[in-house]
Design a protein around this ligand. Structure first.
Ligand code: MG
Length: 388
């Protein structure tokens, strides 16, 4: 049995040009600005000398997530590197007060290790269903700086995404609690590309009242939207109000992005409070957690839509039948996707990564099938820990 005998965690920082304060205290498009974001590379080596590695694509920018991963690492030394289910169950309990989020990167790393040990891509190890994933362009939030600044700007960008090959478009608008700009954008985008792309909108939990969420839902109904995601300021934690919303809005609802873990998502199904389930390997206890959620959804005849983008997300979706779209996040007409430029193998979740068939490819190499850019990492490193 191979045991984990060395772990490295390398912290790094990267600058995103055009990202800056957006007037509401949040980050958004701001020409002339530059913002440093953080993430880390986790490497787990076992006594066979096999190394698994993972760089969080989105969750790493939250120090709270990194700080949940760090304390778990020491206790991994000496554990069976292939016992992912045993470790999942163990660490889920250890971090039960924190919903297990910090274990997510570790699980993905161990899947990469397993893939490298066997010489197979994770998608194949998970069962193998497809290699090309239909994708939607998912925008960064609205701004007041000449980017996504008005409903017409969203409509123009949706048209551009369609020309690039995207089959779907989802907007995050202005998170100021005002439903009217959201409703105007729903209509403007539908006028531009309705019937030609699947359209989704994600208020990202900024709508204060049920009455306003109903108005947005009815706008989605009027324009044939594919789904309405997380409208309300309950942050998607209250199944009851969403069941009410679902009774009065025809557009399918997508909830559970902020509901952590398999068990907590289940009442959303049994209470009939959502149409689609949501899962993310960087937040829902890794690839192991996502595949359990996918099986849960499948048992109820439901679809599970993966949140956000990255190689782990692609391998999961490659092995899930009941999933419609890969979320290529977060795109903008004038700014690069704010992701770590960590890959040396051509892997990309940039806006232009879409193929003419409206799909992205699943990497076919062993494990996650990606190669990290050591030169970038050496340049961008801000600190590291090694455990043995
Ligand atoms: Mg969302």
């Amino acid at each position: 049995m191979a045991r984990i005998d060395r772990i490295d965690i390398i912290h790094f920082e990267f600058d995103v040009a055009g990202l800056g304060p957006n007037g509401d205290g949040m980050l958004g498009y701001n020409p002339g600005s530059q913002t440093a974001l953080q993430s880390f590379v986790l490497r787990i080596q076992d006594t066979d000398g096999t190394v698994g590695e993972y760089c969080p694509m989105h969750s790493g920018k939250h120090p709270a997530v990194t700080n949940q991963t760090l304390p778990l690492l020491k206790s991994l030394i000496g554990r069976d590197s292939l016992a992912r289910e045993e470790l999942y169950q163990d660490y889920k309990r250890r971090h039960r007060h924190l919903a297990g989020v910090g274990y997510s990167a570790i699980d993905i790393c161990l899947w990469d290790l397993f893939g490298k040990k066997t010489g197979l891509p994770i998608a194949t190890l998970l069962g193998g269903y497809r290699w090309r994933l239909p994708a939607y362009a998912s925008t960064i939030s609205g701004d007041e700086n000449g980017g996504l600044y008005a409903p017409e700007a969203y409509a123009d960008f949706a048209q551009h995404c369609r020309e690039l090959g995207y089959k779907g478009f989802k907007m995050h608008c202005w998170a100021d609690g005002d439903p009217q700009p959201e409703i105007d954008t729903i209509a403007a985008v539908a006028r531009a590309v309705g019937g030609k792309m699947a359209l989704m909108t994600d208020p990202a939990s900024h709508i204060a009242t049920y009455a306003d969420a109903l108005r947005i839902g009815h706008a989605c109904d009027d324009h044939g939207y594919y789904w309405l995601e997380d409208p309300l300021a309950d942050c998607g934690h209250a199944p009851h109000v969403h069941r009410l919303l679902k009774e009065r809005v025809r557009t399918p609802l997508l909830l559970t992005e902020h509901v952590r873990g398999l068990e907590a998502k289940t009442p959303w199904i049994t209470d009939m409070a959502t149409d689609f389930l949501r899962a993310d390997p960087e937040y829902d206890l890794g690839i192991t957690g996502v595949m359990k959620t996918a099986a849960l959804a499948e048992a109820f005849g439901m679809d599970v839509e993966l949140h956000s983008s990255g190689p782990a997300h692609r391998h999961c979706m490659a092995a899930i039948r009941n999933s419609n779209f890969y979320e290529l996040a977060l795109v903008h007409p004038k700014m690069a996707n704010p992701l770590p430029p960590i890959f040396a193998c051509g892997y990309s979740d940039a806006l232009e990564a879409i193929g003419p068939d409206g799909c992205v490819e699943v990497p076919r190499g062993p494990g996650l099938g990606v190669t990290l850019d050591e030169g970038f990492l050496a340049h961008a490193e801000t600190g590291r820990q090694t455990l043995t």
